[in-house]
Design a protein around this ligand. Structure first.
Ligand code: ATP
Length: 341
């Protein structure tokens, strides 16, 4: 019997609950330290206990997954903890397109795909010397905003970088990526593209709450100026957002452009869940600084269905359940190879 497997973190609970609701077997690759937590949830049929998630590529774990006809659902933890090469070497069928995950992890490839999709991206700054307006400095890969900082000029950049190096937050030789800061209302646009139906679905919007940048905005400017802490963008949680209806047409266009661009440059394209992340400015113009080519943790807020999915489906569907439904449909029509890589 086909099972749905994922790593125990990020959005694993909604993924496996959704799979169970679709009558599929569920498997969690679980770090020893989290075993007690995940044993609380009866919809998890099998736990593969590991010391570290890296073991998912080992022969032992792979053969258990193979024996259980598992489809692996990738999420942010897989990307954060494994190199693109390691992910690509996984033999278990991966839901969506494992080749596009490399485009998410590498900042330059990411920018290329976003430009191909015609997304309005913030200007990158290749040399700290060229910083002449507010920029955000990022690490490679999905670091969840940890160790990111803002800088107004080269001197500011050097001071903050050195401070973070001395605090051990970033390493000395780490290549950082600098990009103009886009101010506005944060919006993370969540989609699902079904290669079976050849249709794009808009699922929902969330906002990320990030520490300590949000903590800083809650104190008066007088105290802000006295603080010598470099505020980070470490994600703590997410909250829901609905958009002005007049923005929806453009949202669908952006999603469709992204799917078309991915089809062109990284076969088999952007299948399954993805997210376009950015801000709306005072003229409701969207600037996109990021995409995620897999399910995002922000979908956890809609475990019981989202406002936009309630317009498309007559039942509450989480993103986890939507994924499981796609797997089930593919199994019934013998098209599993169309939705996995
Ligand atoms: P993920 O965990 O989604 O892969 P990441 O580590 O790749 O994230 P980003 O999403 O690029 O990081 O950035 C983290 C946070 O920094 C964003 O949620 C946002 O608050 C802020 N941010 C990033 N880029 C910009 C920008 N150009 N302008 C304004 N804020 C930005």
């Amino acid at each position: 019997m086909t099972s749905i497997a994922t790593l125990g973190s990020h959005c694993s609970l909604q993924v496996l609950k959704g799979a169970k609701d679709e009558d599929l077997k569920t498997i969690l690759v679980c770090e020893k330290k989290r075993e007690r937590l995940y044993r609380r949830f009866p919809f998890i049929d099998k736990l593969i206990i590991v010391d570290s998630f890296k073991e998912v590529i080992d022969q032992k774990c792979q053969s258990i997954l193979e024996k259980n006809d598992a489809v692996l659902i990738p999420h942010g933890t897989l990307i954060a903890q494994m190199s693109s090469k390691e992910i690509e070497s996984i033999k278990t069928p991966i839901f969506g397109n494992k080749w596009i995950l490399r485009w998410e992890s590498d900042r330059n490839m990411k920018e290329k795909l976003m430009r191909e999709a015609n997304l309005p991206v913030p200007k990158p700054v290749s040399n700290p010397k060229d910083i002449d307006k507010l920029v955000i400095v990022k690490r490679q890969g999905a670091a969840g905003g940890k160790g990111y900082f803002m800088a107004a000029n080269e001197e500011d950049y050097n001071t903050k970088r050195n401070q973070l190096v001395s605090e051990g937050v970033i390493s000395k030789d780490e290549t950082l990526y600098i990009q103009e800061y886009a101010a506005g209302v944060l919006a993370y646009l969540q989609f699902f593209y079904s290669p079976l139906k050849e249709e794009l679905e808009f699922f929902g919007v969330d906002q990320r709450h990030e520490s300590d940048i949000e903590g800083l905005s809650r104190i008066p400017s007088e105290q802000q100026l006295k603080s010598d802490k470099v505020p980070s963008f470490n994600v703590i949680g997410n909250s829901p957002l609905v958009l002005r209806e007049s923005l929806l047409d453009e949202v669908y266009n952006m999603g469709e452009n992204f799917v078309d661009a991915a089809k062109k440059i990284v076969a088999p394209g952007m299948n399954g869940p993805f997210c376009i992340e950015g801000v709306y400015d005072e003229n409701a113009k969207f600037t996109s600084f990021e995409f995620s080519a897999r399910i995002v943790a922000g979908t956890n807020i809609y475990m019981d269905g989202s406002p936009y999915y309630s317009l498309l489906f007559d039942e509450p569907l989480s993103m986890g359940r939507r994924i499981a439904r796609e797997v089930k449909t593919a199994l019934e029509s013998n098209q599993l190879d169309k939705i996995t890589t």
